[in-house]
Write a protein that binds this ligand. Sequence first.
Ligand code: GAP
Length: 457
Amino acid sequence: MPADTTATPQPGDPGEAEDRARLESVTSLAKRRGFVFQSSEIYGGLNAVWDYGPLGVRLRRNVRDSWWRRVVDLREDVEGLECSILMNPQVWVASGHVDTFADPLVDCLGACHMRWRADQLASDRCPNCGGPLSPPRQFNLMFRTFVGPVEDASATVYLRPETAQGMFVNFRNVLQTSRQRLPFGIAQIGRSFRNEISPGNFIFRCREFEQMEMEWFCAPGEDEEWFRYWCDDQREWIRQLGVRDANLRMRPHTPQELAHYARAATDIEYRFPFGWGELEGIARRGDYDLRRHQEVSGKDLTYPDPATGGHTLPVVVEPAVSLERLVITLLLDAYQEEEVRGERRVVLRLAPQVAPYQVAVLPLSKRPELVEPARRLAADLRRQLATDYDETQSIGRRYRRQDEIGTPLCVTLDFDTLSDGAATIRGRDTMDQVRVGLERIGDACRDRLTGASVGGV
Ligand code: GAP
């Protein structure tokens, strides 16, 4: 399987202790504010499986929608697909996952009996207790279950470890029903499962995660150029989500670390607190998958070439990323602590298009003469912008909460509103305040949010 390495911190990286503290602060904010919860927490959780709370759901949906819009909706050459998580087990024989989707596993033979991925260890002693390690054995990462009431080998099926195979086994169906011609893509967003040996770093490496993958089918010989195109396209998309370009780099795979299906691959890496790590992978898969499915299924998966009258197997370029890696990246990249008038302020500088809420409406007091127009304004704004409404606690605490969850704009109604028919718009990043008539609040927020996608708010 492709080495999912995280490099050691580089010279010039922030200090290790500072990095750890940053990861802990983001993890704790994510829990405290309702972005990410441990799965089945009241029972002690389940390692490397996570749930998403009210704000996490909004953030994920924004990222998912942005990817789908860019990769599918705004193009005429990409079709969408939704496949089942359970597939005929032959799919995974043909794809090579049954034989090769494995990591080398070693057991501690000393005091702690912990298990490790051999390729991630710096020495041949246990990193936890210093004990000796067993020789490595290959551990297949696919989760297994059974179809029907009999639990034997003939009923074994797998939870898919990638969404990609759904696109290959449906290649003929999509080709026949969509009128697409080469080059074209098939895209899918859905859950994948891997029984990772050493998961961790919050949601960086999970056992259940949501992939966004696109298989781009093109004529043999054209894939190198398309590979460069999709590398550039995806880096630009991540930049547009608000991730600072200085924290991104492209890292081509060495021949030794290439996955069994890949001719070449490049990772878009992010500078995580635990070192540079893979955010998204772009691979040239050649005709490996279609050829294997053709061989094992016996079905013709070639493409009729109108130019020559012959048949060819298209070659494939694949951008693949998970929502989990994007969410951890966006949270880490946006998280800032600063001092304002002698007080510590935590602010998530999320871009408006991914922020859970774009605007929050806050009446200064709970008196009905302020609450009524504030609720009316919130209901009106909600039709165009993701709008929160909050009338609890002091205004200072409410601003701090909105800063911490990344809301770019707050609109405050105070007692002057009753006489001047206006409210105050406060920017999250600049903390500036402007007075705007209630009837113009919607337009003013929209203008400011649109301008903010290229600057701060
Ligand atoms: N179809 C190709 C494929 O699945 P991959 O490099 O193994 O390739 C693609 O995975 C992307 O899926 C990665 O770049 C990463 O964003 C995400 N990913 C992989 N394993 C993950 C895990 N255990 N937890 C969260 N995201 C993961």
